[in-house]
Structure formats: C-alpha cells, structure tokens
Design a protein around this ligand. Structure first.
Ligand code: ZN
Length: 438
C-alpha cells in the first residue's frame, strides 16, 4: 500500500476554485483528492498515512518564475539605474567575463534559496556557465527546473559557435531525459542582436531535429527593434516567426515592443510570452502590451529576469506588478485582473516551461504547492480570494513549499539545501569578483 500524505485543515485556493477549510490527499507525488471538509480519521484511515495539520494556513499552487539567470544573483546591487544597452556593455558583460565557475555556482545556490523562500516551485534558468552545477543544485533543491545553456555567438568564431550549439543541445536533451521528471531543457540563443541570422537558422534546424523548444529575449527595447528593422527590413518577432526560428512552444522573453499584427501572428503560431514587468521597468525598456496578449489568447507567464536587473527573484511582486501596471497604462481597473496575474504565475507558468500537470490544486495534478500563514495583520480580516494573494500577500507569508509531494521548506526551514552555507558562499563570490578584500 502506497503511503499517503494528508494536508489537513487548510484554506485552499487555485485559479479554478476556493475552499474555506478542507484537505488534500497526496500519493506518489500526485494530488489524489481535494476535499472541502477537514479530514477525520475513520476505519478506512490507513495507519501509514502521514497527516499534517496546518490550521490557519492557505494552500495554493507554487509560483513559477519563467525567466531568470541564476548565476547573476552574485551581481545583485552592483549597478542600478542604467538602460539595458549601457548596463550590459559597461557593467554586466565585463564582470561576467571575470566570473569563474565557482562564482556562478555560488549565484545558483543563492538564487535557489531566494526562490524557495519566495514560494517558487518551478523556474526557468538561462546562462552559459556552470550548467552542471545548475543541474546538480536544482536536483538537490527539490524544485522543478527548466535549465538552458544560453548562447551568445556574435563575438566568437564559427567553430566555437557550433560547439556552443552542440553543448546546448546535448544539455537540453539530458534535461528532458532526466529520470526525476522535474527537469526540462530548451535551446536559448540570447537575442537577435547577439547572434547572427545564420546562427539562428542553425538553432532552428537543431531544435527541429532534436525536438527541442526555443526561447529567446526578443523585442525588449525600442533600440533593438529599430536596429533589427534597419538591418533586415522586418521587426524581430515577425522576422523570426516568418523564418520559423520561433514557433509552437517557443517562449518569447519580454516582447515589450510588438505590434498588433505581430500579436496576431504570435497567437497563430502558438508561442508563449514570459512577461518580466519589473526588469522592463527598471531598465527603462517599456511596458509590454499584456492586455492585448491576453485578449489574443497568448499564454503569458511571469519572470523576474536576473537579480542584477530586478533586483529580486520574487514572483509575488511580479504578480502584483502585472496586475497593477496595465491598469495604469490603460486607465482601466479591469485591464489585467488579479485572476489574470495569478493564472500567469501558476498554471501558465508551468505550461510555458513544460510542466503540464502542475499549477492547480486538483486530482491528478502534481502536488506542487505552497502554504501561507495568513494570520499576519496585512492579511486580516482574511478573505480566501485570489485578490488577497495578489494584492496583499507577500513572500514572507510563505511557510512551506512542496514539490511532487516532497517538502522543500517546512515551517520556514529549507530542508533540501544548506541555506547558511550558500548565503556565505554568494557573499564571498561577489567580494572576489569585485576585488573586495575583507
Ligand atoms: Zn534575461
């Protein structure tokens, strides 16, 4: 008989339903029952059942961060208030040039700790360094992860570029074949301005041959779009769609500067969007037309981008920002609702990075959920509504994180990773990188 875990006496909330006080049953990592009444032991109750009583807590799907660069967390706070172009060229790329594998690993550890504490159960990470470390630590963390080997090829020769593509493809296949089922892979050329068109054709061919999804930073700034039009006579999204470099299952990161025509084409092609509102705001890149995307039926999810450009990996604040921002630009309070933003951060996020049975508290879904202590003053009087989570809750309310029914954080203690050690290593890595001697 399979051991069951029962999470009892909790409020339950997801994109489809709310329960004031009930319980869920978990077996073999999957939710087997969701009930709107507390669990009461009876004669059919199995002795090996593990019952957790979480009275006063809210159980909801874990949040999903569909875009970040974990190693860059050691660059948090090194530069603020610059536009993307100058920020990359003057600060970030020179520092990344000096980043060692150990430093990148330290950034990964820090990102995982921050993600868990922020109630994230699944994420997508793109970087070119320390991929084996990302793999090892992601598995150890217990979270679900899409890991990619990012590719910038504008500054290297053809042979080196082919090697990068080969590595990225092998890594993506290994992630998709991982036996835990908690990992996914994809091909992630950094952008159109950091890769030639001929290289992007190679990416397309390899993606098609190996059945891999493609992700790319695209239409992030006006400058990028303008220069692309000057060079190719087409806007980046319409161009890449026409060349079939992106298509069904692709994740377009940012998509800030897209026309109505491009939105229609994006919907027709079934591409998904990772909306990164705070990174776009902080770098002065602009505001993506998310209301139009949702109206078109495009699957929009949320990403933080790196902790160097945000400066946090907190999906709660992205969710709130997504719900607020578009009301401001459209001057309509119903533009993006709490429900829209919650869906982006849960079901849509999972779907966009390949976890199709996650994001709802529902029978047959993976037991990926978080618990929030709702007794804090900012959540009182507590009303079990999506609006409460989106507009009032924050990451500090998260007490427990479960993925596939396994505890990742319990009662605010991370049980899968050594938090103290990883925070120490991240601080030491930044000091080494910046040449600070203490
Ligand atoms: Zn990014």
């Amino acid at each position: 008989m399979q051991q069951r875990t029962i999470i009892n006496n909790v409020a339950i909330l997801d994109h489809e339903r709310t329960i004031t006080c009930g319980h869920i049953k978990i077996s073999n990592g999957t939710i087997t029952e969701v009930s709107d009444a507390p669990f009461v032991a009876s004669s059919s109750h199995l002795e090996q059942d593990v019952v957790h009583n979480y009275e006063g807590k809210l159980l909801m799907p874990g949040l999903v961060n569909t875009h970040m660069h974990m190693p860059m967390s050691i660059l948090r706070g090194v530069s603020d208030d610059l536009p993307l172009d100058r920020w990359l060229k003057e600060v970030i790329w020179p520092l990344e040039g000096k980043m060692t594998r150990e430093m990148a690993r330290a950034g990964i550890g820090l990102s995982l700790i921050e993600s868990i504490r922020s109630g994230t159960t699944a994420f997508s990470d793109m970087y070119h360094l320390a991929r084996e470390d990302a793999h090892e630590l992601a598995v150890a963390s217990g979270l679900k992860a899409q890991l990619t080997r990012g590719m910038i090829t504008a500054f290297s020769n053809e042979q080196e570029n082919e090697q990068k593509l080969q590595q990225a493809s092998e890594f993506a296949k290994a992630m998709n074949d991982d036996s835990t089922g908690r990992l996914r892979g994809a091909l992630f050329p950094h952008a159109t301005y950091t890769n030639s068109l001929s290289f992007l054709y190679r990416v397309r061919d390899v993606a098609e041959r190996e059945q891999l999804d493609v992700q790319i930073h695209i239409a992030e700034t006006e400058k990028e779009v303008k220069e692309h039009v000057q060079q190719f006579g087409k806007r980046p999204v319409e161009h890449l769609l026409a060349e079939e470099i992106i298509g069904k299952g692709s994740l377009l990161v940012h998509s800030v500067h897209v026309t109505d025509d491009e939105l229609e084409q994006m919907h027709e092609a079934s591409v998904n969007v990772s909306h990164n509102p705070q990174s776009n705001l902080k770098l002065g890149s602009g505001i993506a037309p998310v209301e139009k995307m949702v109206d078109q039926g495009i699957v929009v999810s949320l990403g933080t981008d790196s902790a160097a450009s945000n400066n946090t990996l907190d999906v709660f604040t992205e969710m709130r920002q997504a719900a607020m921002l578009h009301k401001g630009t459209s001057k309509r309070a119903e533009a993006i609702t709490a429900d829209d933003a919650f869906k982006m951060a849960t079901v849509n996020g999972n779907k966009s990075i390949g976890f199709h049975k996650s994001g709802l508290i529902k029978e047959g879904y993976d037991a990926d959920f978080i618990l929030l202590d709702v007794s804090a003053p900012h959540l009182q009087p507590y009303r079990n509504r999506v609006g409460t989570v989106v507009y009032a809750a924050n990451k500090n309310d998260v007490t427990d994180v479960y993925v596939n029914g396994q505890a990742v954080m319990q009662n605010r203690v991370i049980v899968t990773l050594d938090e103290e050690k990883l925070l120490f290593e991240a601080n030491r890595a930044q000091q080494e990188l910046l040449g600070i001697h203490v």
